[in-house]
Design a protein around this ligand. Structure first.
Ligand SMILES: Nc1ncnc2c1ncn2[C@@H]1O[C@H](COP(=O)(O)OP(=O)(O)OP(=O)(O)O)[C@@H](O)[C@H]1O
Ligand SMILES: [Mg+2]
Length: 264
């Protein structure tokens, strides 16, 4: 099968099951999706349909039973440092300062940056997300939203080509979450990456992504796709236009269909 070079991330006909033979749980079925360079795609779908599994395949943490995952024209078969990940509950190391937490990936996977350059980059990222002045604090001295900001900086420290976010804001209150959405737009403008965002929050999906993909229930395949355009510096008011509300309703309807179609 061709590798869809026009897309930085290309998922071609991926099928995957956990377990074997009679005990196999089919999770993804002939799933195809692509994300262009510097595109940002949100993936929504019923709980347990296989979204986190998809992120593990993109990150090279697992290989699909069938089909292929390509990043930048190379077939993915193992984890790579050009992929950054962030999750719902970031694990920051309590005995390290915020700055040292952000620098941690560089200790695990070496970089060309000098120690001073790496530190400057970490400080720059912390500044971008509004954490200047908190570099020397311990994680427990920060709020949940601040910890998630620090975790985003850690995911970006390697300047990854691809950023995979699996419900990164799911544990935050609604106002903090909206602040983080604005921060994401800022980060994207300053540190262009190609992203995949898994979320249950449809408003989040349409505010952050250029494309929203609705997955069917397990075994998941792409059921529906919506393309979006944003202002260069979007404000939360965008979410209250009639166009946005129509898109939200369209997505809600698609999720409803995905869940109703599911065998419960
Ligand atoms: N390591 C694993 N071994 C066996 N089964 C697994 C494993 N990881 C996930 N599963 C199963 O695969 C299915 C899909 O899980 P996955 O975590 O990908 O779903 P999800 O869409 O991310 O769900 P949620 O929206 O609740 O986060 C679930 O039924 C889950 O129980
Ligand atoms: Mg999940």
């Amino acid at each position: 099968m061709a590798s869809s070079h026009e897309n930085l991330i290309a998922i071609n006909g991926v099928t995957h099951a956990y377990g074997k033979d009679g005990d196999a749980l089919p999770v993804l079925k002939n799933l195809t999706l692509g994300v262009p360079l510097h595109g940002f795609t949100a993936v929504v779908g019923p709980s347990g349909c296989g979204k986190s599994t998809l992120t593990r395949l993109i990150a090279g943490l697992m290989r699909p039973d069938e089909g292929e995952v390509w990043l930048h024209g190379e077939r993915v078969s193992s984890p790579r440092s050009t992929v950054g990940m962030a999750f719902q509950n970031p694990v920051l190391l309590e005995w390290r300062s915020i700055l040292k937490n952000v620098l941690l990936p560089l200790e695990i996977v070496p970089t060309d940056l000098s120690k001073q350059e790496a530190e400057e980059r970490a400080l720059h990222l912390l500044h971008l997300v509004g954490l200047s002045g908190f570099e020397d604090k311990r994680p427990s001295e920060l709020s949940g939203g601040m910890r998630q900001r620090a975790s985003l900086c850690r995911s970006l420290i390697h300047n990854p080509e691809v950023l995979i976010l699996d419900e990164p804001f799911g544990a935050l209150d609604a106002f903090t979450r909206e602040d983080l959405w604005l921060t994401m737009h800022k980060l994207r403008a300053e540190e262009p990456f190609t992203g995949v965002l898994i979320t249950h929050d449809l408003r989040e999906s349409i505010f952050l992504a250029d494309e929203v993909v609705v997955l069917s229930d397990r075994p998941a395949t792409v059921q529906y796709t919506v393309s979006l355009t944003h202002e260069a510096q979007p404000s939360l008011d965008e979410l209250y236009t009639s166009e946005a509300l129509a898109t939200l309703n369209e997505l809600r309807e698609q999720i409803r269909i995905a869940r109703n179609d599911a065998e419960v």
